[in-house]
Design a protein around this ligand. Structure first.
Ligand code: PNS
Length: 160
């Protein structure tokens, strides 16, 4: 079974990476699919995010990284994927994720959403929090892979 792991990944965090590694054991192939959430203004371009995720996942043979526009279920159909994968960190994620899963099911009944619980030790991490810490001159080396930390420090410095 092929799974799509869709998200903004602006940028990828250790929480995302943990989920990718665990999902690579469960599925034949996992496609990490980057798209812009219209409700969020991104720090990194889609191309940069794809290249960041590729760097972080190069040791995993059954992980592909791609980008797309439009509906996630349409992209999943194109890729012959049967599963949309999403991580659940805390209860407050659940409401929005459940709504998204229901909507996607009404759009394409043959595609199932599978939730994986985020690793407890990483469940507090979000891309937004990581960017906020750097904006206030904090350290994020324990929250994202080293190459991503460098990118964020640089991108936020260049915004100032
Ligand atoms: O990482 P995010 O921002 O929580 O990811 C949300 C995302 C991008 C997966 C979601 O907004 C999405 O699937 N957008 C594509 C448009 C779509 O398919 N909408 C219908 C389902 S709500």
């Amino acid at each position: 079974m092929i799974a799509i792991y869709p998200g903004s990944f602006d940028p990828i965090t250790l929480g995302h990476l943990d989920l990718i590694k665990r999902s690579s054991i469960l599925f034949e192939k996992v496609i990490v699919a980057v798209l812009t959430n219209p409700n969020k203004k991104p720090l990194f371009s889609i191309e940069k995010r794809v290249s960041q995720i590729k760097q972080c996942t190069e040791s995993l043979v059954n992980i592909e990284v791609d980008s797309f526009t439009g509906l996630t279920v349409e992209y999943a159909k194109q890729k012959n994927a049967g599963v949309l994968l999403r991580g659940l960190r805390v209860m407050s994620d659940f409401e929005q994720e459940l709504q998204m899963a229901h909507i996607n099911k009404t759009l394409e009944n043959s595609i199932e959403t599978v939730f994986l619980a985020t690793n407890t030790e990483l469940s507090f991490i979000s891309s937004s929090v990581v960017k906020e810490i750097v904006r206030f001159n904090g350290v994020i080396d324990h929250l994202v892979p080293p190459n991503i930390a460098k990118d964020i420090y640089l991108a936020i410095k260049n915004q100032e």
